[in-house]
Structure formats: C-alpha cells, structure tokens
Design a protein around this ligand. Sequence first.
Ligand SMILES: [Zn+2]
Length: 104
Amino acid sequence: MPGWEGSDRRLRLPPDWDKIRKRILRRDSYRCKIRNPHGQRCTEPAVDVDHIVNNDDHRESNLQAICDWHHKKKSGAEGAAARTAAIRRTAKKFTRTEAHPGLL
Ligand SMILES: [Zn+2]
C-alpha cells in the first residue's frame, strides 16, 4: 500500500499520549533536544514530542522534546525515507534470488 507509512501514525499513538507528551516537554525543559552535526543543541522552544527512533515505542527513552521547525524537517525526511524503503521492498520482491530455506 503506497503511502501507508506515516499516514496513520497519529492513530497509533497511545490513548494517554497527551499526558506523555506533556511529561516529556517538562522533562526536557520545553527546549528542542535536536543537536546539529557540531553537537550544538537547538535553542528553539519545543512545541512537540518526537520519537527518536520512528516506531511505536512510546517509552520516555525513545521520546524527546522538539521544536516546530525540526519536527517538520524530521517528519518530512522520515516520510521520504519510508517512501524510498517501500519502493525498495517492492523492487526486492521481484529480484529475489535467495534459495528456498527448505533446500538448505
Ligand atoms: Zn529544534
């Protein structure tokens, strides 16, 4: 299903997401946690909470406060990566060369 990734992400958030979100923002002092390649931390106020690894892991260790700009930038990049991965998966299906496990 093209474009499946990301489109239903909001639906998969836990029911108490709003509570979790507020807790993470408070933990991170309402400051964006993203660092640039030089290790300098973003100085923008955080308005949202980001999944460090983009999956369904909603534990605090996988969450960080993020500013609006970085969040848009990150979700844009993840959307593009998901699309690329989906294309790769589709391509792989038709070029599968591994031997059947039953023949090993
Ligand atoms: Zn930022």
